[in-house]
Design a protein around this ligand. Structure first.
Ligand code: ATP
Length: 357
């Protein structure tokens, strides 16, 4: 078991509010990714949960028990530090045994524990090696193994892949997903990298300025961002976001803006300042749908497998990006019309930034 409840947790450093009233439930076996830009408070939240930093307000429950006042050692949560946190002069076996020796476990029992964990992580053949004789992924496994021998309720990781080069990062990412699947344990993982979040998480919690913006499965958060911030943060290139007004006329809800006039659906709404969001892959050349943009292609980025069209539209020459297959011939300066289907429109209240609907 390893369910974790974060209840109205805040942390201030002087006048800086690093974490602002965050509540979140992590179910047993979840791979929760805390995602957000630098300075959004994700490390602070993780360190408070680990017991490495006191909270200003709020509490943490592990399997229903309040651990807020417990010392880090007694919380049964294992922080997995980056791979370089292995002791370089010790063998893999000694690195794995280290936490058990610190607990004064008997030699025989320690050996048994280490062997079991090594088997589980498939690193039995590496036990005599030193960390520098391992690949990045193997080092990561040993680091997890060192946490695993303590049989924690959950693994906490803070940007564990940030020191690895791109290729190793991808391989290690796959290893971590596989490991999570095999262990069935609860993982809480901090990153600012949306690809890591999208590919590894069972649930993503997006933080911004210390506040929790949204929690959901990766696909939910991508398909239905709860705020303008989440809409702009997830996706590469990011979602096109344009200021519009939402009004209703003769029983039809409409969006109107510079270069945009679209009838959406039957209904009535008081006029509201809004932000219209359209993902680059949902704006289709000659596409059918209520939103139609007359675009001028300013720049084409040819990526090999696809093209990105950086376009302008409207009197204010506002920008929009389209993603097209590589074999669609488009040149700079070309005029084209693009449309988006109604199910691919995102509308947000401009004042609060929250999703409308
Ligand atoms: P990064 O991805 O850059 O590590 P983060 O999202 O993990 O960022 P935190 O490290 O949690 O962000 O920091 C959140 C905010 O709290 C930042 O504004 C940071 O400057 C501030 N902060 C963090 N630790 C301290 C500290 N010990 N003293 C003062 N301010 C701090």
């Amino acid at each position: 078991m390893g369910s974790i409840t974060i209840e109205r947790v805040s942390r201030r450093f002087g006048s800086t509010v690093a974490v602002d009233d965050v509540s979140l439930t992590v179910d047993d076996g979840d791979f929760l990714v805390l995602l957000g830009p630098s300075g959004c408070g994700k490390s602070t939240l993780l360190r408070m949960l680990a017991g490495l930093l006191p909270t200003t307000e709020g509490r943490f429950l592990v399997d229903g028990l309040d651990v807020s006042h417990q010392h880090a050692r007694h919380r049964d949560l294992a922080m997995v530090f980056q791979s370089y946190a292995l002791y370089p002069h010790l063998s893999v076996a000694s690195n794995l045994a280290f936490p058990l020796r610190a607990r004064r476990m008997a030699k025989g029992a320690t050996r048994e524990h280490v062997a079991r964990v090594a088997e589980l992580l498939e690193i039995g053949h590496l036990l005599d090696r030193k960390p520098k004789q391992l690949s990045g992924g193997q080092r990561q496994r040993v680091a997890v193994g060192r946490a695993l021998v303590r049989e924690p309720k959950a693994f906490l990781m803070d940007e564990p892949l940030s020191n690895l080069d791109a290729k190793l990062r991808t391989a290690t990412r796959h290893e971590l997903v596989d490991l999570h699947r095999r262990l069935g344990a609860t993982f809480i993982y901090v990153t600012h990298d949306q690809v890591e979040a999208m590919t590894m998480a069972t649930k993503i919690a997006v933080l911004n300025g210390g506040r929790l913006e949204q929690v959901g499965t990766p696909l939910d958060v991508y398909a239905k961002p709860a705020s303008v911030f989440v809409a702009g943060f997830l996706g590469s290139p990011p979602m096109n976001l344009v200021d519009v007004s939402v009004t209703s006329e003769r029983g039809i809800v409409r969006v109107i803006g510079d270069g945009i006039a679209a009838d959406l659906w039957a209904g009535a709404t008081p006029p509201i300042d809004a932000v219209l969001g359209l993902r680059p892959e949902h704006l289709l050349i000659d596409g059918v749908g209520p939103v139609q943009l007359d675009l001028v292609v300013e720049t084409v980025e040819r990526l090999g497998h696809e093209n990105l069209l950086f376009c302008t539209f409207g009197e204010g020459r506002r920008s929009a990006v389209l993603r097209t297959p590589a074999d669609v011939a488009i040149v700079e300066g070309q005029a084209l019309r693009a449309g988006a289907a109604i199910e691919h429109l995102h509308l947000f209240d401009r004042a609060s930034g929250r999703r409308l609907e």
